[in-house]
Ligand binder design. Structure first.
Ligand code: UD1
Length: 434
C-alpha cells in the first residue's frame, strides 16, 4: 500500500524550490494538439496527473519525449485520432482540456464525460455552451461528449457560472477560439496565473490573445499555430503548501523559484495568523515562530484565496488554539479533509459551505486516509505538526499534484518516509520523429 510515515512535532527550517505548475502544465500540454510543429516545454513536473496527460496525448497521436527530467517535447504525429480513452479520462477531470483543441484542430473530439468527483458536483456546461457558441455541434451519447465542427467561428461568450468563472472552461475556449475564424470575446473569464500562462504559450505559437489576467479576453483567430519553446510558471499551490508547512510546524521556511505576487492572498492569510512573511523577487520566507492567532477566511476565484489551498489552511487552523472558520464558495462540498483532521484531536465541523474549527496546540499523531489531492496534503501538514507517528494512507492522491513532496519535506528537516510505488511513471518515446 502507498503510504507516508511521519514522525511529527519537528519545526521545519531551510530553503526549498517549487516545481512547475501542474495546472499550467495540463492545459498547455493539451493545447499542443492545436499546434503544427514541435513544442518544447520546460519545468514540467513529474506528477501523477502529468503522467496521465502524457498517456492521453500519446493515445491521441502525439509523440512525447523527455530530453531531461523536467522538459518535455511534443509533436502531433497522427491527427486522425479524435477519441479520448475512458480508462485515462476517468483518472483525471482535467482530461476535458483536450476537447476544445480536438474539435478546433481535428474537426471532431469524442471525450467521455468526466463525471462527479470528491469535490462535489463539477459540471462542464459552460465549456459545452461556449463551444456551441463557436459553432461546434455537440451531442451527448451514452456518457460521451461528441463535438464536431468544420471551422469554428468567433463569438461573444459569457463564461461565468453561479460559482464564478471556470478555469478549465476558459482554457478550452481560449484554445478553440485561437483557431476560429474571426474574433472571440470571452467575458467572465478566469484570470488565474495558469490561464495567463496558457494564453502566453498560445501567443508564442502564433495566436493573437489580448486581455490575459483580466475577466475580458479577446482572441483574434488565426488559421494555424506553429511550434514553440515554453517555460511553465512555478506552482503557486505547491509554494503555498510548503509555506503552510513552515507555519504549522512553527519553523522558518523559504520557498524559492516562486512568484510572490501570485501568492498575495496566501501571504495575507499567513500574516493574519501571526506569521512573519518576507518576500523577494522570486522567494518568500515564512517565520512561524511567533504567537499564532485564529482567523476567518474564504476561498474565492483569483485573486482570492485559492480553493486548492483551503484544506491545507484548515489543517493550520486546526493547530492554532481558538475558533477559526474557512468558507469555500468555489467548491462548497470540499470537505474530504474534515473528518480525517478530527483524528488528530482538533474539532472541525461543517456548516453549509464553511468549516468551523476549534483548534488545539496539541495535535496528536493518527492513522488517516488521503481522500483526494489537496485533502491529502492537508493531512500531511497535520502529521508534520502532530506529536508522534502518523501514517497517511493512499498517498498516491498526493503524488498527483506534488513532485517529490516527501523528499522536499525531508530536506527541510521533516521525518517522513514514503512506502509503496509512486504514481508518476509513464514511458515517453526515446526521441521525436524527424
Ligand atoms: C480548476 C483547477 C482546480 C481548481 C479549480 C478552481 C485545473 C486543472 N484544475 O478546476 O485545481 O480547484 O479550477 O480554482 O486547473 N462550474 C460550473 N459549470 C462549468 C464549469 C464549472 O458550474 O461548466 C463550477 C464548478 O462546479 C465549480 C466552479 O464552477 O463550482 C469552478 O470550477 P472550475 O473553475 O471549472 O474548476 P476546474 O476548471 O475543473
Amino acid at each position: 500500500m502507498d503510504r507516508l510515515l511521519i514522525e511529527g512535532g519537528r519545526p521545519l527550517f531551510g530553503r526549498v524550490a517549487v516545481s512547475g505548475a501542474k495546472n499550467a502544465a495540463l492545459p498547455i500540454m493539451a493545447a499542443t494538439l492545436l499546434v503544427d510543429g514541435p513544442v518544447r516545454l520546460e519545468r514540467v513536473p513529474q506528477l501523477g496527473d502529468v503522467a496521465t496527460m502524457e498517456a492521453l496525448l500519446a493515445q491521441l497521436g502525439v509523440t512525447l519525449h523527455r530530453p531531461t527530467d523536467d522538459s518535455l517535447e511534443l509533436l502531433n504525429t497522427d491527427t486522425s485520432r479524435r477519441r479520448a480513452a475512458y480508462r485515462l479520462v476517468r483518472r483525471m477531470r482535467a482530461s476535458v482540456c483536450v476537447l476544445g483543441p480536438l474539435v478546433a484542430r481535428r474537426g471532431r473530439g469524442v471525450v467521455p464525460l468526466p463525471g462527479g468527483c470528491r469535490l462535489g458536483d463539477r459540471p462542464i456546461d459552460l465549456h459545452l455552451r461556449g463551444l456551441v457558441a463557436l459553432g461546434a455541434e455537440i451531442r451527448i451519447d451514452r456518457g460521451l461528449i461528441v463535438a464536431t465542427a468544420r471551422r469554428l467561428r468567433g463569438a461573444r461568450i459569457h463564461l461565468e457560472g453561479p460559482r464564478g468563472p471556470t478555469v478549465t472552461g476558459t482554457a478550452n475556449l481560449l484554445c478553440a477560439a485561437s483557431l476560429a475564424r474571426g474574433v472571440t470575446l470571452l467575458s467572465g473569464a478566469a484570470s488565474e496565473p495558469e490561464i495567463v500562462d496558457l494564453g502566453r504559450f498560445l501567443n508564442a505559437c502564433g495566436a493573437r490573445i489580448a486581455g490575459l489576467g483580466t475577466r475580458e479576453i479577446e482572441i483574434q483567430g488565426v488559421s494555424q499555430l506553429g511550434g514553440a519553446c515554453w517555460q511553465l510558471i512555478p506552482d503557486r499551490i505547491e509554494a503555498a503548501t510548503l509555506l503552510l508547512a513552515g507555519l504549522i510546524t512553527r519553523g522558518v521556511v523559504t520557498v524559492d523559484r516562486c512568484v510572490p505576487s501570485d501568492l498575495a492572498a496566501v501571504l495575507e492569510a499567513l500574516a493574519t495568523l501571526g506569521a512573519g512573511v518576507r518576500t523577494g523577487p522570486d522567494f518568500v520566507t515564512v517565520d512561524g515562530r511567533f504567537a499564532q492567532r485564529p482567523g476567518s477566511f474564504a476561498a474565492a476565484p483569483h485573486p482570492g484565496l485559492p480553493t486548492d489551498v483551503q484544506p491545507q489552511l484548515a489543517a493550520c487552523l486546526a493547530a492554532i488554539p481558538g475558533r477559526s472558520a474557512i468558507q469555500d464558495t468555489v467548491f462548497p462540498e470540499r470537505f474530504g479533509h474534515v473528518a480525517e483532521l478530527n483524528r488528530f484531536g482538533a474539532q472541525l465541523c461543517r456548516r453549509g459551505d464553511t468549516t468551523l474549527i476549534e483548534g488545539t496546540h496539541a495535535l496528536e499523531a493518527a492513522p488517516v486516509v488521503a481522500p483526494d489531492l489537496r485533502a491529502g496534503a492537508s493531512l500531511v501538514l497535520a502529521g508534520l505538526a502532530a506529536r508522534g507517528a502518523t501514517v497517511v494512507h493512499k498517498v498516491l492522491h498526493v503524488d498527483r499534484g506534488y513532485e517529490r513532496f516527501a523528499e522536499k519535506l525531508a530536506a527541510l528537516g521533516a521525518s517522513v518516509e514514503r512506502r509503496g510505488q509512486m504514481a508518476t511513471a509513464w514511458s515517453p518515446s526515446p526521441r521525436l520523429p524527424g
